[in-house]
Design a protein around this ligand. Structure first.
Ligand code: CO
Length: 453
């Protein structure tokens, strides 16, 4: 870089308040664990603080007895300067199935009104039709749309394909693009190629999100940065590495004095990291969590997220089929291929995993769940590749869906508001109705507890 070139600092999204503890501490960080450091975090100069969405909403209501909306308002109160960021599953919002457009619209508006700035929106299948209504709603509400492309490996997932999805999202109005590698599969030179292609094809900022699962995370960030990535997601060291993101302090130090110096003073990060080191210890003790999660290079062979491998092994053990573990590992990629190579992320990871387990225990496609049928017939959206013959037989007499799945869902807000009134909450806020829409039983239990307290 010559002196006349403008500095182009790499920007950092800090994930300690969301993905960091979702990946390493079962999403159990409490708002009270965050509050002491929020003002300091706001003063670091981060591009954004990822602090909401993903599994945090469910976890607040289900495990922590907290109102997720209240958490959002609290964080914004202490962090007026730094944009807050959330992870939204497109038409799934934060739940596991598709919701009506009016639920998506209302959720996005309430999120922005309560302090959310950047909405990272993705679809498990990279079917951009499933992002249409959340992108439109975010634009209308005045939020920043970050369109996310889910990264995975298959014969169909090429640099050209990722670039096409990204360009579609830019055309739909995305203000920035995220390459989202939830399983830690993104290799450094692949990251370089994809980001080069993104930068050559559109001009909105590009953010890279990876997990350290396979141990390649920081190498991939460095190559992505060399290719021109504008933003990377990192977690402060106590909630970094393992199945979480690369460490913030290390990235800041690595770029110091270089052309893409982040401009962040790493000395200011140390006391905040010290606080969260204590938080991690208390979460491990209070919730009996194993927070020492190592990298697992097997993910590179099986392309299955690390957390899922241990879940599957546990489930097989419980059913007395521990000996089927190796067979299951080999069956997963076959089922994924039959199902049109969906990326393995919620909810497709659970669906493919369960089907592979049925196949090795009961015989191939002897037991076929409603979910895998729905996936195969397009009820979740378009699969990246055609459905294989073995699975086509399983859906032989079922209607195939070629339109946007949410077109079949009538408006839900009014009926949800009525249902909640009948449960004893006639004056529920829009926020409460949305909590109820996403997690009906859990939300009701939470409301009942709150009212009793
Ligand atoms: Co993540």
């Amino acid at each position: 870089m010559t002196k006349s070139e403008p500095a182009k600092p790499v920007k950092i999204v800090e994930t300690v308040l969301r993905d960091g503890h979702q990946s390493l501490a079962a999403t159990r960080m409490r708002t009270s664990d965050m509050i002491p450091m929020l003002e300091q975090l706001d003063n670091i100069g981060y591009h954004a603080l990822e602090c909401w969405g993903g599994a945090t909403f469910d976890s607040c209501l289900r495990f922590l007895g907290e109102d997720p909306w209240e958490r959002l308002r609290t964080i914004k109160k202490y962090c007026p300067k730094t944009p807050l960021q959330m992870l939204l599953r497109g038409q799934n919002v934060l739940g596991y199935n598709h919701y009506s457009d009016d639920v998506v619209y209302e959720f996005v508006h309430r999120a922005v009104d309560n302090g959310m700035g950047i909405l990272r929106i993705f679809d498990a299948l990279n079917d951009v039709r499933n992002l249409e209504s959340s992108i439109r709603a975010t634009k209308k509400a005045g939020g920043h749309v970050q369109g996310a492309i889910v990264y995975t490996i298959s014969p169909y997932h090429t640099v050209e394909m990722f670039t096409k999805v990204a360009k579609d999202l830019v055309d739909m109005g995305a203000d920035s693009i995220c390459l989202k590698d939830m399983a830690g599969l993104l290799a450094p030179y692949t990251a370089y190629e994809i980001i080069k292609s993104f930068k050559a094809n559109f001009s909105v900022p590009v953010d890279v999100h990876t997990h350290y699962t396979s141990g390649m995370g920081s190498m991939s960030y460095l190559k992505a940065i060399e290719a021109g990535a504008d933003i990377v997601d990192c977690a402060l060291s106590p909630f970094a590495l393992g199945t979480s993101q690369p460490a913030t302090e290390a990235l800041v130090a690595a770029l110091e004095g270089q052309p893409r110096d982040t401009g962040i003073d790493k000395e200011k990060l140390f006391p905040i990291a010290d606080h969260f080191r204590g938080v991690k210890k208390s979460l491990a003790a209070d919730f009996k969590l194993d927070t020492a999660i190592d990298i697992d290079t097997k993910v590179l062979t099986f392309q299955i997220p690390g957390g899922m491998l241990s879940n599957m092994l546990n489930q097989l053990k419980q059913q007395g089929h521990a000996d089927k573990y190796q067979a299951l590992l080999e069956e997963m990629p076959r089922v994924r291929a039959d199902a049109g190579y969906p990326p393995l992320v919620t909810p497709t990871s659970q669906i493919v995993g369960a089907t592979a387990a049925f196949n090795v225990i009961c015989g191939r496609y002897k037991v076929v769940s409603k979910e895998i049928r729905d996936l195969a017939r397009g009820a979740y959206g378009r699969t990246p590749a055609p459905i294989g013959e073995a699975m086509k037989k399983a859906i032989a007499n079922m209607p195939v869906i070629t339109h946007r799945p949410a077109d079949d869902i009538p408006p839900q807000m009014e009926s949800l508001t009525k249902a909640l009134a009948e449960k004893g909450y006639p004056n529920a806020s829009k926020e409460d109705v949305l909590s109820y829409a996403l997690f009906p039983e859990v939300a009701l239990k939470f409301f009942n507890g709150k009212r009793a307290a």
